[in-house]
Design a protein around this ligand. Structure first.
Ligand code: G6P
Length: 483
């Protein structure tokens, strides 16, 4: 009965994402800890959740473990379990070896397996059920990212009283690519269960809307889609861009801290105080263009346009999805390149590339941003790229140069960066030299404009804009005439 549905209902605001903001980690001696998990999504939503006293539904990062709900650092956590085979088929398989490469313009070839799809449906249903149980009557539920695209529809069917939002953190591809997906109709239908579907860029929202028109023939007016319900009534679903951001003030505050600045100084010292430190910070992912960056850097050293006496490249590559074959191959290729380049160009006193296969706490990242003169973001495709925004937010002295790929969502906003096409290695090389040699005045002019943009468009603004649109749309969806 309906009453039973609400037995453990509690929360007015629920975020649902594949990964919880904390991962359960087992150390070498069997000891366990909860640790903040990687990725842009958590960075973006943590401050929102702390403020809302809502609940966060997600997976704890380990297979075959069940956990009771708990509180972590002021956030209510509701863990959803995954079995080992679901981890392989739903997470590593369908999410990260089908959807991830497909949605990133098939930079790597996506694999299509029917068993993976079955697991994706099953796990999405489990997340939807957990959210349905935790939601109070009329609650707002905000579903995140490509791993959970079926959840909006499943939730609506169980709980038509809820206001349901979805945000896609990665790109949404053009129809010619999207249409490869054997389950293209089911995925769109899953998403259309939401009241508001958010994307990073206007281009992503446009690709989605066109796919809906092509596959379902629904009428669309700008960002409003007419979606017929089971009884023939029409729901208005909003699909548009909400570019995500960071806690800009929080990053600047860290950057201004004397101990963080001292650490930045120490980093420069330990690299031998080179004239120019170039920095790359990425999850070790084939979408990030790390190979293109290394190739360009290597050629600049080879051609003598840069010298290891003057320039060091620091590349942080945080471990990611390490059991997926494409990621293993990528790691081997990158480490081979780094080894070769260091072998060819390093001297006893000067290292060409400092390569770090680790994740670091935020303080250390900020110290690295402060230590760097040139930030290299050369992604081949990236929903947003928060690293670019973090670097800008930390550059409170209006110094530092951002080299930014035009294939990132961030490049829609950060127009005063040096914009590059990372496939064009000659162009990338020119941009890197230009960045290293840019006069102080020009650096300041650009960075001032970039910082203004990032300060005024922070993650609080992102979430409040999304949630305002969502609660407005909820009123329309539940039957109040909209004029
Ligand atoms: C990207 C995705 C997130 C994901 C993160 C880390 O930012 O948009 O959904 O959580 O990468 O990847 P992982 O597979 O470790 O969760």
């Amino acid at each position: 009965s309906r009453d039973e549905l609400y037995v453990d209902a509690a929360y007015d605001m629920i975020v649902v994402s594949n990964r919880l903001p904390v991962d359960y980690l087992r150390g070498p001696d069997g000891e366990t800890t909860w640790k903040s998990s990687p990725g842009g999504l958590v960075t973006a939503l943590e401050p929102v959740m702390r403020a809302a006293d809502g609940a966060w539904v997600g997976w704890a990062g380990v297979a075959d473990r069940e956990f009771d709900p708990f509180e972590y650092d002021g956030i209510n956590i509701i863990p959803v379990p995954l079995s080992e085979s679901e981890l392989e088929e739903y997470y590593e398989g369908f999410s990260n070896d089908t959807l991830w490469p497909l949605y990133h313009d098939v930079i790597a070839p996506p694999s299509f397996h029917r068993e993976w799809w079955d697991a994706y449906v099953r796990v999405n249903r489990r997340f939807a059920e957990a959210a349905a149980r935790a939601a109070s009557p009329g609650a707002v539920v905000w579903v995140q990212d490509y791993q959970l695209q079926l959840v909006p529809r499943m939730l609506r069917e169980k709980r038509p009283d809820l206001v349901i939002g979805f945000f896609n953190h990665i790109p949404f591809p053009a129809y010619g690519i999207y249409s490869q997906l054997p389950w293209r109709r089911q995925v769109l239908d899953g998403l259309l269960g939401a009241d508001v579907i958010g994307f990073q860029r206007a281009a992503d929202a446009g690709n989605f809307t066109r796919a809906v028109r092509r596959l379902f023939g629904y009428a669309t007016r700008g960002s409003v889609l007419d979606v017929p319900g089971p009884d023939g009534e029409v729901r208005h679903v909003v699909a548009r861009q909400f570019p995500i951001s960071i806690d800009s003030a929080g990053f600047e505050e860290l950057a201004r801290r004397p101990d963080v600045q001292a650490r930045a100084h120490e980093i420069r010292e330990s690299l031998g105080n080179p004239q120019t430190i170039m920095l790359g910070v990425d999850r070790l992912d084939y979408t990030k263009g790390i190979r293109h960056r290394l190739k360009a850097f290597g050629e600049l050293l080879r051609d003598g346009r840069l010298s290891v006496e003057d320039v060091t490249l620091v590349q942080v590559a945080s471990p990611s999805r390490e059991r997926v074959e494409t990621y293993r191959q990528l790691r081997d290729e990158i480490e081979l390149m780094v080894g070769r380049l260091n072998g060819d160009y390093s001297t006893l006193g000067h290292q060409a590339i400092a390569y770090l296969h680790h994740g670091y706490p935020r303080e250390e990242m900020v110290a690295l941003y402060l230590a760097a003169d040139v930030m290299l973001v050369t992604a081949l495709r990236d929903g947003m790229n928060l690293v670019a925004k973090e670097f800008v937010a930390c550059s409170f002295d209006d110094d530092g140069v951002l080299v930014l790929s035009e294939f990132t969502g961030a490049s829609d906003e950060l127009r005063q960066a040096i914009l590059v096409n990372p496939h064009d290695i000659e162009g990338l090389k020119d941009a890197m030299v230009e960045a290293a040699q840019m006069p102080r005045k020009e650096r300041a002019r650009r960075m001032r404009a970039l910082r203004k943009r990032v300060r005024e468009n922070d993650v609080a603004k992102w979430s409040s804009t999304f949630l305002k649109t969502l609660t407005g749309a909820g009123i329309i969806a539940s039957g109040v005439p909209d004029g």
